[in-house]
Unconditional design. Structure first.
Length: 212
């Protein structure tokens, strides 16, 4: 199956720049979506598709960094490359610290721009694969019965069958049966694999999370 062509979402209030960068990116093989303001992007939030956001820093009403913060709050998965004619070192450091992929000054050389976008798209792909793996694991755990969920929460914390049986007021034989079912549903063969799944899903954060 052929992967869809990445979409570069360009957010800049300079119409001539949007036109020029749009032509450059299209000539480089990308799909392009142009937005004259941060608010317009928020109204038409990009769907989860291969791509990234090329974002101007200084814009009326809502600045690039402010839009970046809003997108993070909304759970936007597209990496961001800042592009500005007014950037400085402290601003670039803040942008990178808050998760921006890169920070380029206008006019950015074509090669530097394309390399930054390439890194951003690689980051998107890595993140997509990670999210898909987590979704698969969540689906496996969602198949647990309520009792299996309780047993799982205790098993991955290293508790012995007899201790779990005592805490849940049932027999050790019943706990063994639950453990067997849990391992089958998770499609794993070892306790270490089950613990790894719990860690990746953040299920070990609270000792009480599995059986409140």
């Amino acid at each position: 199956m052929t992967s869809p062509t990445p979409v570069i979402h360009v957010v800049d209030d300079d119409a001539s720049f949007r036109t020029a960068i749009g032509r450059l990116l299209q000539a480089s093989g990308y799909q392009v979506a142009l937005y004259e303001s941060a608010h317009l992007l928020l109204k038409k939030l990009p769907s989860i598709e291969p791509g990234c956001i090329l974002l101007d820093v200084l814009m009326p009403d809502l600045s690039g960094p402010e839009l970046h913060t809003r997108l993070v709050e909304l759970g936007n998965a597209l990496p961001i490359v800042f592009l500005t004619g007014h950037g400085d070192i402290p601003m670039s450091v803040r942008a990178i610290k808050t998760g921006a992929e890169d920070f380029l000054s206008k006019p950015a050389p074509k090669q530097a721009l394309l390399e930054a976008l390439g890194r951003a798209l690689e980051r998107y792909e890595d993140g997509r694969e990670h999210r898909e793996r987590l979704d698969t694991l969540r689906t496996l755990v969602a198949a647990f019965t309520p009792r299996e969920r309780e047993v799982f929460a205790l098993v991955v914390r290293g508790k012995l069958n007899k201790i779990i049986a005592f805490e849940l007021r049932t027999s050790e034989r019943t706990i063994k049966a639950h453990r067997h079912n849990i391992m089958q549903k998770l499609q794993v063969r070892s306790l270490a694999e089950a613990v790894s799944i719990a860690e990746r899903l953040g299920l070990l954060a609270s000792p009480e999370s599995g059986h409140q």
